[in-house]
Design a protein around this ligand. Structure first.
Ligand SMILES: [Zn+2]
Length: 90
C-alpha cells in the first residue's frame, strides 16, 4: 500500500492531469470499505485541478460512516506490465 506514496504515477498525480488524460478514479473508504467512483469534474470544481489525488482523498468524507479517510486511486487502463520488471537469473 505504501509503495504508491513515492511513485510519480501514483497518488501524486493531480486531478487536472488525470482529467486531461481521460483517466477515471476509484475511491474507497478506509473506515467502512465503501466503494465509489467519483466524478473527476466534480472533484476539480470543489478542490481545484492542481490538487494531487492523494490529497483529494483526505478532503472528502464518507457519507456512510463519516470518516475522513478516503483512498483515491487513478484507474489506469493497464497495470499488468509492471509485474514483468522483476526477473531472476543471468
Ligand atoms: Zn466509510
Amino acid at each position: 500500500m505504501s509503495k504508491w506514496d513515492r511513485q510519480g504515477d501514483g497518488i501524486g498525480v493531480t486531478l487536472g492531469e488525470l482529467a486531461r488524460r481521460g483517466i477515471a478514479i476509484s475511491a474507497w473508504c478506509e473506515g467502512c470499505g465503501r466503494y465509489r467512483e467519483p466524478s473527476l469534474a466534480l472533484l476539480i470544481a470543489r478542490l481545484g485541478a492542481a490538487t494531487p489525488v492523494g490529497v483529494a482523498g483526505r478532503r472528502l468524507r464518507c457519507r456512510a460512516c463519516g470518516r475522513r479517510s478516503i483512498d483515491i486511486r487513478p484507474r489506469y487502463p493497464s497495470l499488468g506490465v509492471v509485474a514483468q520488471h522483476h526477473r531472476d537469473g543471468g
